[in-house]
Ligand binder design. Structure first.
Ligand code: PNS
Length: 161
């Protein structure tokens, strides 16, 4: 069965990679689908190309994982790829309301597509791309929060300095 793990990945964190690794063992094929939000492009720190490149480097070790991007509705993308499972990571209770809303909208749009939630591992339960950007912005240590390649790219970003 094919599954899709959608997100902004701005940037990919070790929490995302934990979900990717675990989901790659559950499905024949996993596509990590990066949202190209054309209405909010300026709100991303990394461009779509940068976000996809970072992910590509990180998933090279998993033969059944590919990286792609999408625009518009996730459900339309799912249908274009003939995929029926959306994978999402779930951290604390605070994620639940947001995920509940997304799941409900997606169910309304396409009842055949299921969302499977994978609980974040304990060590990543607090981790988000926003937290990483905030810590990096103030020069804090992001060791262990993101892969080395992402760490390098973050330190080269003048916008967060
Ligand atoms: O990493 P994120 O930002 O939490 O991911 C959110 C994402 C990309 C899964 C969600 O915003 C999304 O699917 N956007 C595409 C537009 C869409 O389908 N909207 C309807 C459901 S909210």
């Amino acid at each position: 069965m094919r599954a899709v793990y959608p997100g902004s990945f701005d940037p990919v964190t070790n929490g995302h990679l934990d979900i990717i690794e675990r989901a790659s063992k559950m499905y024949e094929h996993l596509t990590v689908a990066v949202l190209n939000n054309i209405r909010k492009q300026e709100s991303s720190l990394f461009t779509l190309e940068e976000r996809c490149a970072m992910l590509l480097e990180c998933v090279a070790q998993y033969p059944n994982v590919t990286v792609d991007y999408f625009e518009g509705l996730l459900i339309d993308y799912m249908q274009s790829k003939n995929a029926r499972v959306i994978v999402r990571g779930l951290r604390a209770i605070s994620d639940f309301e947001y995920e509940f809303q997304i799941n409900s909208v997606n169910k309304k749009l396409c009842p055949d597509i299921e969302t499977v939630f994978i609980m974040a591992s304990n060590e990543y339960s607090y981790l988000s791309s926003s937290i990483v950007k905030e810590v990096a912005c103030f020069g804090g240590c992001i060791e262990g929060l993101v892969p080395e390649s992402v760490k390098k790219r973050l330190s080269n970003k003048s916008e967060i300095k």
